[in-house]
Design a protein around this ligand. Structure first.
Ligand code: FPP
Length: 246
């Protein structure tokens, strides 16, 4: 049976998060540069955004640049941001056509003005859509996000906006970059690495983790379908025992 037909449309994950890994290795394996790997990775982004939209997935978060990625060679960083800005500018009409809403999480204010403008423009122009919400994690670090939430909670307590005894999980959620999105139920990481790499540590507390050896530039809709089928075969117990779920 075709993979797509094996997916139960009533049990789709609402939110899928993806660590798009393996662009550099893909470049090397194909006799090209790491940067060529990132360019090839954009094709996968287009394909997966389309695939998620077709399935009716509500939220898709893509880890596009971590705060740790600043440690890469400067020419790769520059090429990545050039690619990002170019892609956002050239793809916004396509996002509108596909009814996609663009959002960003991360420390965006320290990105270049060019990058911020491209993002703001695309976010604004796609804000009237109501299909898939595509969230780009850019200059993102989960630990920084949590530290910033703690600082802001502390400030609001000092300013008597909230009371210290009001702190609970829901309140902490409100102070995270992701406050307007539900937590991902499925996290996919490509390229055979089995790590979270400082990605959505709080939000992935109960996510199903799916790892594949496929390098990101080779990842296509069929691989997404495979990950969702695998997700649907798992029993999500949330601390209960199997019998309680029946
Ligand atoms: C990880 O592969 C990938 C990245 C750090 C960048 C991801 C960026 C893109 C796919 C392109 C731009 C994205 C958008 C949303 C337009 P790696 O370089 O760490 O690969 P390696 O582990 O093989 O070195």
């Amino acid at each position: 049976m075709e993979l797509l037909n094996q997916i139960n449309k009533d049990k789709l994950p609402t939110h899928i998060a993806v660590i798009m890994d393996g662009n550099g290795r893909w470049g090397k394996q194909n006799g090209k540069s790491r940067i060529d790997g990132h360019y090839a990775g954009v094709k996968s982004v287009q394909n997966i955004v389309e695939g998620a939209g077709e399935l009716g997935i509500k939220y898709l978060t893509l880890y596009a640049f971590s705060t740790e990625n600043w440690n890469r060679p400067q020419d790769e960083i520059s090429a990545l941001f050039e690619l990002l800005v170019k892609t956002i500018a050239s793809e916004t009409n396509e996002l509108i056509k596909k009814n996609v809403v663009l959002k960003v999480i991360g420390n965006v204010t320290s990105l270049t003005q060019t990058c911020q403008s491209a993002l703001t423009d695309s976010i604004q122009r796609t804000s009237h859509n109501n299909g898939l919400t595509l969230i780009l994690a850019l200059n993102y670090s989960s630990k920084s996000e949590i530290v910033s939430a703690i600082k802001n909670i502390n400030m609001d307590i000092k300013n008597e906006k909230i009371k210290a005894n009001a702190i609970n999980e829901q309140l902490v959620n409100k102070y995270l970059y992701t406050h307007q999105f539900p937590d991902p139920e499925l996290m996919i990481r490509t390229s055979g690495e089995h790590r979270l790499s400082n990605f959505l540590l709080w939000q992935l507390a109960y996510a199903e983790l799916y790892f594949t050896d496929v390098l990101w530039p080779d990842f296509r809709k069929s691989h997404l379908h495979q990950a969702i089928i695998d997700f649907q075969s798992r029993e999500r117990r949330f601390g209960k025992v199997s019998e309680q779920l029946k």
